[in-house]
Design a protein around this ligand. Sequence first.
Ligand code: AMP
Length: 279
Amino acid sequence: MQRLSKLWQRKGVRVGFVPTMGYLHAGHLSLVSRARQLVGSRGKVVVSIYVNPTQFGPSEDFSRYPRDLKHDLGLCQSESVDVVFAPSDKEMYPNKGGEPFSTFVLEGKLSRGMEGAARPTHFRGVTTVVAKLFNLVQPSVAVFGAKDYQQAVIVKHMARNLNFPLEIDVAPICREPDGLAMSSRNRYLKGNLRAQALVLWRSIEKIHAIVCDSSKAIAAGRLKAIVRTLVKREPAARLDYVEFFDPDSLAPVAKVGQGTHMALAVFIGKTRLIDNSRL
Ligand code: AMP
């Protein structure tokens, strides 16, 4: 991968990169078309497919995370992706032989709250694998989804802090027609769990309406209580967190107004879903 990227660089070819964990859906493909737009028809688009073990906690769904490389390759081909980079765990994290893996990238501030508080080793895994992928693919621009809003902010920050010579582009969230954010994990939602999962989007819409209708900022605690009540109505749903924060610093705010960002994580049965929106 690195050899190929260097060859492209020497020829002045721009490279657009979309890192994924595979089991691709229309949300991923929207990032691919954004990457293509950004590098043009003479540029190259690289998609990585790698279910990164270091970003999963010990009791999370790493081993059962959905995988279908053949289907993903078909989708990438129909989207005119130039290269699909799908390394193995052994290549990414060698643990035997001369040079076992022992270096991690740790962002120390933005990754503390929300997903970082709920999943303590998650962002260390994300920043480590993204740094490795950036060094392997050496893109001119990498495209991330706003679906994982905190991740996108952290990756942007890491790229600046560590002087990665690339641009980070953040693409909007793709939703199903009823509002559910597209996610590879939606395939876990069997039976009536699919309908219950809509509580994330309903919560966002409800809070959005309240904030838009109010001329004054509203106490975050009051809005959190409203979300808690909405989630409690769904028998299989359990709120992990809901947060209101500054979109750049990710610092929680006490008063919520237009321009505040909202994020929430909800378990629907055993499936943990996340969503977010600017208010
Ligand atoms: P994943 O395969 O879940 O790690 O996601 C790979 C990339 O696709 C990340 O940058 C995600 O934020 C992005 N992504 C996932 N779902 C969506 C979606 N529904 N809309 C936009 N981007 C998404």
